[in-house]
Design a protein around this ligand. Structure first.
Ligand SMILES: [Zn+2]
Length: 434
């Protein structure tokens, strides 16, 4: 049972409802308490509500209980019992409130302590951090000092070894120069390739001169039937351009120094160790072979007996430059040999596109027909039946860049000595020597 209900039952046992209202009104500010009561209540509810209104307004105090004793003095023991109950309850409530309050304070102070602890931890950490930072700073300062002293040492060393550093700079420079030189070498290599093409091209330009119009030649040959009497079945026909076996060819120089003349003869005579022919360097007026030394005209020669159709005042050979290989090559033409790259047996897989591109450009500017005639088309296998096996080492072979062949095969060419095949072939064309 609650305290309010117990007090309410006490009030009902002391008063009839109407009496209770009068009693309440009779107390200090009693109208106010009565006014707070709901109208028309049953007696039991009225007493409980009255107690609650008194409690709310703070009227349930000692004066209230004294007034009750005064009004109903016959029931003083009951009233005093209720009074003690009320005091006890109030005290316990106050004690409880104090405990709650103390608890709250304890919690608050706990939080404060906690917060104090964490702030202490923060401070501690920060202090530790400062300590670490300071120690790092101290370390940096120490390292700085070491570096500074090292720098001093380095400067001293640098001053002392100035010569060495200059030396090493020179070494680096030398390295850079070497690098540039290697670049230059690459350029030179490329230039060499270009030069090869140019040389091959310019020499090929001469080859056009080595092959006069066949029709003209044929008509001339009719008037010189004696030249072709010695053809035999064993001897390759060589398009009818071979000299009679054992014939002496007279050679005349058209210009040139005696020094140049002296160079030509021994080189030319090397063929005569294998070919049954004679060369007579006597400057005879009717010489079959007439050699000019026009440096601006390249090197070329008519082939074999084609020389006979050239007017007597004109050269049948020009040596634009003097080298052994060059002289051997052109006297090979004198014997009747053709360019090895156009031999009917030539084993060259031309990259026709590349050859055409290079020769249609500078320095030749040939049209496609000329390129075909001088390079790409081999000589007629019937007219040159029995021609030797292809010999890239022959003095009759030019140098060709690898870019001119489909199998990327370059030809060194420009031999400076007769090849074995050159010697054997000379024996076959002009047999009779030991
Ligand atoms: Zn030639």
């Amino acid at each position: 049972m609650s305290l309010e209900r117990a007090l309410g039952e006490l009030l009902l046992s002391l008063f009839k409802p109407k009496e209770l209202v009068y009693f309440l009104q009779d107390g200090p500010e009693g109208d106010d308490v009565v006014g707070a009561l709901p109208s028309s209540l049953p007696g039991a509810a009225l007493a409980r509500e009255a107690v609650q209104a008194l409690i709310r307004r703070g009227r349930l105090d000692d004066a209230f209980f004294d007034r009750l004793v005064e009004e109903r003095s016959g029931r003083e023991d009951d009233i005093q019992a209720a009074r003690r109950l009320w005091i006890l309850d109030t005290t316990s409530k106050q004690a409880e409130e104090r405990v709650v309050e103390a608890g709250k304070k304890a919690v608050e102070s706990g939080a404060q302590v906690e917060s104090q602890i964490s702030s202490a931890i923060v401070e501690l950490e920060s202090a530790i951090g400062r300590t670490i930072a300071q120690s790092q700073r101290a370390k940096r300062i120490a390292l700085g000092a070491v570096f500074a002293s090292l720098l001093v040492v380095a400067v001293a060393v640098a001053m002392l070894s100035g010569v060495d550093s200059i030396r090493s700079e020179l070494k680096q420079l030398r390295g850079a120069v070497a690098e540039q030189a290697s670049g230059a070498q690459k350029l030179l290599d490329q230039l060499e390739e270009v030069k090869q093409i140019a040389v091959a091209s310019s020499r090929l330009a001469d080859s056009a001169l080595e092959a006069p119009e066949e029709t003209v030649l044929e008509s001339r040959r009719v008037s010189q039937p004696a030249l072709f009497q010695q053809e035999t079945e064993d001897r390759p026909r060589m398009a009818g351009k071979l000299w009679p076996i054992g014939k002496t060819l007279r050679v005349r120089f058209l210009g040139g120094s005696s020094e140049q003349h002296d160079q030509v003869e021994p080189w030319a005579r090397e063929w005569l160790d294998y070919a049954n022919l004679n060369l007579d360097f006597s400057d005879a007026p009717g010489a079959e072979i007439r050699i000019a030394f026009d440096a601006a005209d390249g090197s070329w020669s008519y082939v074999g007996t084609d020389a006979l159709v050239v007017p007597e005042r004109s050269a049948t050979m020009n040596l634009g430059f003097l080298e052994k290989g060059n002289v051997l090559h052109n006297f090979g033409h004198v014997l009747g040999l053709i360019h090895e790259h156009q031999s009917p047996n030539a084993d060259i897989h031309w990259n026709e596109k590349a050859v055409l591109e290079d020769l249609q450009g500078p320095p030749n500017f040939w049209d496609a027909g000329t390129v075909n005639r001088n390079v790409l088309t081999p000589h007629d296998p019937d007219r040159y039946a029995g021609y030797r096996e292809f010999d890239p080492d022959s003095v009759m072979m030019y140098a060709f860049p690898s870019s001119w062949t489909r199998d990327n095969r370059g030809f060194e060419g420009d031999a400076t000595e007769l090849s074995d095949s050159d010697r054997q072939f000379a024996r076959r064309l002009y047999p009779g020597l030991n």
